[in-house]
Ligand binder design. Structure first.
Ligand code: FAD
Length: 649
C-alpha cells in the first residue's frame, strides 16, 4: 500500500512536470490530430512512466476503431485517411501468421467459389505491375485477383493528405522518387503504357516578393541551401547552426580538426574504383564487407566518424552502414545511372505511379480522365476495385495467411489461397500465383515452400521505418536562417526540407516562405553493432511500442529546439502530424546478399530462377535495390515465368 501511495505521489508530480513541458510544446493545441478520440488515457504522464509492452499497446489499439487510437493517430483526409502506414489490422494479422495461428489449414475458411488464372499476393507497385503484365500478356478471358492487406492499394507507395488553411497538401508515406527512363527502355515503355508520357514534371515557381531561395523537388537534401544543427551531443546544449557547411568547409562546426578533415574528405571525389557491372570483381569484393568498412577504407575515416556523421549513408536500406553489404553503396545505380537533376516526384511520391497503374487496370477505379491532374486529384472509387466478373479484381483489407498447392507442387492443378478479412477467413483457388508481398510474409504463408527457397528467404532482412509528415502553416523559420533544409544528428529523425511540389497536385502554382508545406521526417531504428536481423527486431519493437503522443512530443521538441529562435511556434505553426509506421519497410542486404556466400548462390537468384510449382516470386526485395523499377521488373519476370512454364495448357 505504501509503495502504491509513493508511486502515486511520484506520478502526480511527474504528471505535473510532463504537463507543463507538454504545454510549452503545444501538445494541447487544436491541430487536426484532435479529430481522433480517446487520447487521454495513453496521453497521461502515468502511462508514459509505466510503459506498456508492444503487445499490450497493439491490443489496446486494435480494440479501437482505426484512426481512433493513440497508436494510429490522425490519418489525414481523403482516400488514404484510414491507411497511414501499416494499420493495426495489418499488424494483428501479420502477428497471427508469425505466431502460428494459421499453421494448420483454417478449417472454417469460407469458400468464395472463385477460381482465378492468377492470384497476386500484395498490392504494392510490384503486385499491381504483375496484374498489368498478366492482363496484357495472358490474353483475353484470363482472370486475375490482387489481394492486399491495407485499406488502399500501393504498398509503401501511398500518400497523406492534409487540409491546412483551405489548402490541400499532399505528402508521401514511403516510396517517393522516380527518374526519367532511357527512351527505349522497358521502363520507358511501361511508364508510357500507364499514362506517364512526360516523365519530367512541372513544379511550383517562386511566388514571393522576397529574395528567392532554392528549393529541392524531392524530400532529400541536395544542392539547395541547407544547414547543419549541432546539439548536446556536440557539447552545444542550446544548439548551434552552421549554414552552407561545405562552402564554409565546416568552419564553425563544433568538431575536432581531425573529424572536420575526415568529414570533408567524404565530400570530395574519391579515387576508389567503382563496380562497372553487377558481378564484377569490385562488386563481389564489396559484398564481402560492410558498408561501414568500405566507407572507412574509401575515405580513410574512423569508425566513429561514420557512426556519428555518416549514419544516413545506409538510409536507403533502412539501417546504418555497419550492418549493410558494401555493395549497397552502388546497387542503386544498377538499373542505369541516374541523370543529373533528373529526379522527379509526384506531390504524393510514387503513390502517383500506383494510382496510374490502377487507373490503367480498372479505368473506373479513379474518377475523371487519364491526365496526371485527374489521377492526382480525383478520388478512388473503391466499389470499382473488386467487381464480380471483372478480368482484374483488387481485394483490399485481405491478408493471405495460407497458400499451398493442392498436390505435390510439380504435379498440382491449382493453389489454394486462404485470406483473412474483417475477422473472417475465406479461400479462393488459382491456377498460378505471384507472391509480391515481400520476403517476411511470403516465407511464412507459402506452406509447402521448398527448403532451398525457405533458406534463401531466411537471408532477407527487413528493417522498420517511420515516415512522419508534419504539416506546417509556413516555413519562414527556415527562410530566416537562409536555408530550405537541414540535417541534425540527435533526437528524432535526421533531416527535413521544404520541397516545391509538382503542379499536377499542387494547390498553388507558386511557393514562398508563408506557404503551408509538408515537412517529412524519416525515422530509422539502427542499433550499431548488432546484426541486420537483430537490428530489425529491436527497431520494430521500439516503433510498435511507442504511442502516437510520445512521437508527437519528440517531433515537437525537435522542431522547437531547432527553430524557436527563428520564430517557429510549435503551438501555432504545426497544423497536423501523420505517422506512417512501416514494420518491414526496407530490405537491408547484409554482406553476401548480392553474390552469395559459403559457395551458395545469392538468395535473390534462388527465388528468381524458376517458379516453385505454380508460384512465382516478385517484390522489390528480390533485387536488393529500394527502387520501384525493380518492383516492376521482378513482377514482369514472375508473370513471364508463369506464362512460359506453368500456364501452358
Ligand atoms: C521510406 C521508403 C522510401 C522509399 N523511397 C523510394 C523512392 O524514392 N523511390 C523508389 O523507387 N523506391 C523507394 N522505396 C522502395 C520501395 O520499396 C519501392 O519503390 C516500392 O514501392 C516497393 O513496392 P513493392 O510492391 O515491391 O513492395 P511493397 O510496397 O512493400 O508492397 C507489398 C504489399 O503487399 C502487402 N502484403 C505483404 N504480405 C501480404 C499478405 N500476406 N497478404 C496480403 N498483402 C500482403 C504489403 O503490406 C504491401 O501492401 C522506398 C521505400 C521506403 C520504405
Amino acid at each position: 500500500m505504501a509503495i502504491t501511495m509513493t508511486q502515486d505521489r511520484k506520478n502526480t508530480r511527474a504528471d505535473r512536470e510532463t504537463s507543463h513541458a507538454d504545454q510549452a510544446l503545444g501538445m494541447g493545441s487544436d491541430i487536426t490530430r484532435r479529430d481522433f478520440l480517446n487520447t487521454s488515457l495513453l496521453a497521461s504522464g502515468a502511462a508514459l512512466l509505466n510503459p506498456v509492452s508492444p503487445a499490450q499497446l497493439l491490443a489496446r489499439a486494435t480494440s479501437e476503431p482505426a484512426a481512433n487510437d493513440d497508436w494510429t493517430g490522425y490519418g489525414g483526409v481523403g482516400d488514404y485517411a484510414n491507411s497511414n502506414g501499416n494499420t493495426t489490422a495489418v499488424l494483428e494479422a501479420g502477428h497471427q501468421i508469425r505466431d502460428g495461428v494459421f499453421d494448420a489449414y483454417p478449417a472454417n475458411a469460407i469458400d468464395t467459389g472463385e477460381t482465378y488464372d492468377c492470384a497476386i499476393v500484395g498490392g504494392g507497385i510490384s503486385g499491381l505491375a504483375a496484374a498489368l503484365s498478366f492482363q496484357r500478356k495472358a490474353g483475353a478471358g484470363k482472370t486475375c485477383l490482387v489481394l492486399d492487406n491495407h485499406p488502399i492499394f500501393g504498398g509503401e507507395a501511398k500518400r497523406n493528405e492534409f487540409l491546412v488553411n483551405g489548402h490541400r497538401l499532399l505528402g508521401h508515406q514511403g516510396s517517393a522518387l522516380f527518374w526519367p527512363p532511357y527512351p527505349h527502355s522497358f521502363i520507358a515503355r511501361f511508364y508510357e503504357s500507364i499514362g506517364l508520357k512526360t516523365p519530367r514534371l512541372e513544379y511550383q515557381k517562386w511566388g514571393s516578393a522576397e529574395p528567392e531561395i532554392a528549393l529541392e523537388k524531392t524530400p532529400y537534401l541536395g544542392s539547395a541551401p541547407y544547414g547543419l544543427f549541432f546539439g548536446a551531443k556536440f557539447g552545444q546544449p542550446e544548439g548551434v547552426w552552421l549554414s552552407d557547411p561545405w562552402g564554409k568547409r565546416l568552419e564553425g562546426a563544433p568538431l575536432s580538426a581531425k573529424t572536420r578533415e575526415e568529414w570533408l574528405r567524404t565530400q570530395e571525389p574519391s579515387n576508389a574504383k567503382k563496380p562497372e557491372y553487377r558481378g564484377d570483381a569490385i562488386s563481389r569484393r564489396l559484398d564481402t564487407m560492410t558498408l561501414e568498412d568500405h566507407l572507412m577504407e574509401k575515405y580513410s575515416v574512423s569508425r566513429e566518424t561514420v557512426r556519428t556523421l555518416l549514419a544516413d549513408e545506409g538510409g536507403g536500406f533502412g539501417l546504418g552502414p555497419d550492418a549493410l553489404s558494401g555493395y549497397t553503396g552502388y546497387a542503386f545505380n544498377e538499373l542505369g545511372p541516374i541523370p543529373e537533376d533528373g529526379t522527379q516526384m509526384f506531390p504524393d511520391g510514387n503513390s502517383g505511379i500506383a494510382r496510374l497503374m490502377v487507373k490503367t487496370l480498372i479505368p473506373e477505379a479513379i474518377a475523371g480522365g487519364n491526365s496526371l491532374e485527374d489521377i492526382c486529384r480525383k478520388n478512388v472509387n473503391f466499389s470499382a476495385l473488386d467487381r464480380a466478373g471483372a478480368a482484374v479484381r483488387i481485394r483490399l483489407d485481405s491478408t493471405a495467411v495460407w497458400v499451398k498447392h493442392n498436390a505435390e507442387p510439380a504435379k498440382s492443378q491449382f493453389v489454394t489461397i486462404a485470406y483473412t478479412r474483417a475477422g473472417k477467413t475465406y479461400r479462393v483457388r488459382a491456377r498460378s500465383v505471384v507472391m509480391a508481398g515481400g520476403s517476411w510474409t511470403t516465407k511464412r504463408v507459402v506452406r509447402d515452400l521448398a527448403q532451398d527457397r525457405r533458406e534463401a528467404y531466411d537471408q532477407f532482412y527487413r528493417s522498420p521505418c517511420m515516415v512522419a509528415n508534419v504539416a506546417v502553416r509556413n516555413w519562414r523559420f527556415l527562410y530566416k536562417l537562409g536555408i530550405s533544409g537541414c540535417q541534425w544528428f540527435e533526437g528524432i529523425g535526421s533531416y527535413t526540407l521544404v520541397r516545391k511540389t509538382a503542379l499536377c497536385g499542387a494547390e498553388s502554382p507558386t511557393i514562398g516562405p508563408d506557404s503551408p508545406v509538408v515537412l517529412t521526417i524519416k525515422v530509422l531504428y539502427p542499433s550499431p553493432g548488432k546484426s541486420a536481423e537483430q537490428q530489425g527486431h529491436v527497431g520494430r519493437a521500439e516503433m510498435i511500442a511507442t504511442p502516437f503522443r510520445e512521437y508527437e512530443r519528440q517531433i515537437r521538441r525537435q522542431l522547437h529546439d531547432m527553430f524557436a529562435r527563428t520564430g517557429f511556434n510549435v503551438d501555432r505553426d504545426i497544423a497536423g502530424i501523420i505517422l506512417n509506421r512501416w514494420g518491414h519497410a526496407y530490405a537491408s542486404p547484409a554482406p553476401g546478399f548480392y553474390f552469395g556466400k559459403d559457395g551458395k548462390p545469392a538468395p535473390g537468384e534462388v527465388l528468381r530462377a524458376a517458379p516453385f510449382g505454380r508460384i512465382a516470386f516478385a517484390n522489390t526485395d528480390l533485387s536488393g535495390m529500394p527502387d520501384h523499377k525493380s518492383s516492376i521488373i521482378e513482377a514482369d519476370r514472375a508473370v513471364e515465368q508463369l506464362l512460359n512454364e506453368v500456364l501452358t495448357d
